[in-house]
Write a protein that binds this ligand. Structure first.
Ligand SMILES: [Zn+2]
Ligand SMILES: [Zn+2]
Length: 344
C-alpha cells in the first residue's frame, strides 16, 4: 500500500488545492477504499462559496464515491479485498433513536463525507464498513458513483417520503442531476410525470427518461397547462431550492396533494396559506438524502435497468482538473460530472 496519495484539499479558498497527503490508516471497523470516481455536487459548491463544513478546513471534499476495497480492518467480516463498493454520503451511528426507528437520515451522530470527515476527492478513503454497500458485477464502477447521492436521494423522496403510487400525477420542478432521477424514480413507481425546467436540453432528457409532458415556464404557464391536461396534481417535487419555485409547487397542488421539498434553500419561504393546507388536507414534506439501509433497493433498480446512469454522467475530469469541473457546475453545464480518480 502506498503511504502517500493525491487529494483535492479545500483550504477555505474557492479553488481546491491538489496536495500529497498520508493515505489514511484503517481502524478495526473500517475498510480502505481505492476511489474510482466521485460525483461533483452542488453541496460541494456550497462549501466553496462559504457554507461552513463541520470539520474546519483543510478538508477533503467529495461525498459521492465508488471504488474498490484494498484493505480490511481486523474487525470487519462483511468485505474482502477486491470488492467493488458504493459509499453513502452520510454514515450513521445505528444506535440513536432515529437510526433504531428507520429514520437513519435524521441520525443525530451522522458523519457526512467531505463535511464532518474527509471526503473522496482523493485516491483513498478509510470508512467504517457498517453502511457501505457492495456494487454487483455488471454495473459500471465510474458511473455508479452518482448512485450514492443523485440517484439515492430521489429514491427516498419518491418512495419513502411521497409514497408515490401507480397512477399518481406528479410534477418535478428542476431537472438537474437530482431532479432527473426523481423523474426516473417516478417512472419506476408508475406515476404520470410532468417535468418543469428552464433549460430545453434538460426537458428533452426528462422526456427521454420518462416524463409524459414537459413545460418550460419561460414559454408557458405550468398551472394553465396542468389544468387543461390533467384531472389533478397529486405530488409536486421541488428540486431547485428556491422560495419562488417552492411557491409555484405549492400553487399547483390539488386537494390531498403533497409538496415534497428536495432542493435545499437557505432562504425563508413564507408563502404558505395555512387555511388552504387545512381545508384541502395538503402536505408539505421535507426529504433529506437516503437511508443507507435502502441502498440495496436503489442499486436493484439500477441493475434492473429502471434507472439509467450513462446519459446522466455528461462529463468526466481527472482529479488534477477538479477546479474546471466546478467551473462547469457553476455554469450549469451538463447533468452530472464525475471526477475519475484511479484509472478509467
Ligand atoms: Zn451530493
Ligand atoms: Zn444514529
Amino acid at each position: 500500500m502506498p503511504l502517500k496519495m493525491k487529494a483535492a484539499i479545500y483550504t477555505g479558498d474557492p479553488k481546491l488545492e491538489i496536495r500529497e497527503v498520508d493515505v489514511p490508516k484503517v481502524a478495526s471497523n473500517e475498510i480502505l477504499v481505492k476511489i474510482a470516481a466521485c460525483g461533483v455536487c452542488h453541496t460541494d459548491e456550497g462549501y466553496l462559496e462559504g457554507v461552513p463544513t463541520f470539520k474546519k478546513p483543510p478538508i477533503i471534499l467529495g461525498h459521492e464515491p465508488s471504488g474498490q476495497v484494498v484493505e480490511v480492518g481486523k474487525g470487519v467480516k462483511t468485505f474482502q479485498e477486491g470488492d467493488t463498493v458504493l459509499i453513502p454520503p452520510v454514515l450513521t451511528c445505528g444506535t440513536c433513536f432515529y437510526c433504531r426507528n428507520g429514520r437513519e437520515t435524521l441520525c443525530r451522530n451522522q458523519l457526512m463525507l467531505g463535511n464532518h470527515i474527509d471526503g473522496a476527492f482523493a485516491e483513498y478513503i478509510a470508512v467504517p464498513s457498517k453502511d457501505i454497500v457492495k456494487l454487483p458485477k455488471g454495473l459500471p464502477l465510474i458511473e455508479s458513483a452518482i448512485i450514492s447521492d443523485a440517484v439515492a436521494t430521489p429514491y427516498h423522496a419518491v418512495f419513502n417520503r411521497a409514497k408515490a403510487k401507480p397512477g399518481d400525477i406528479a410534477v418535478v420542478i428542476g431537472c438537474g442531476g437530482v431532479g432527473i432521477n426523481v423523474v426516473q424514480m417516478l417512472k419506476a413507481a408508475g406515476a404520470t410525470i410532468i417535468a418543469i425546467d428552464l433549460q430545453e436540453a434538460k426537458l428533452q432528457l426528462a422526456k427521454e427518461l420518462g416524463a409524459h409532458v414537459t413545460i418550460n415556464p419561460k414559454d408557458e404557464d405550468p398551472k394553465k397547462i396542468l389544468k387543461s391536461t390533467f384531472p389533478r396534481v397529486d405530488l409536486v417535487f421541488e428540486v431547485v431550492g428556491n422560495p419562488k419555485t417552492q411557491q409555484m409547487g405549492f400553487n399547483l397542488l390539488s386537494p390531498g396533494g403533497k409538496l415534497v421539498l428536495v432542493g435545499y434553500s437557505p432562504k425563508k419561504w413564507d408563502g404558505v396559506f395555512s387555511g388552504k393546507v387545512m381545508f384541502r388536507e395538503l402536505e408539505i414534506i421535507g426529504s433529506l438524502g437516503c437511508p443507507p439501509s435502502d441502498f440495496e433497493r436503489v442499486i436493484h433498480l439500477v441493475k434492473e435497468g429502471k434507472i439509467s446512469l450513462k446519459p446522466l454522467v455528461t462529463a468526466r475530469f481527472p482529479l488534477d482538473r477538479i477546479n474546471d469541473a466546478f467551473d462547469e457546475l457553476r455554469n450549469g453545464k451538463g447533468i452530472r460530472t464525475v471526477i475519475t480518480i484511479n484509472g478509467d
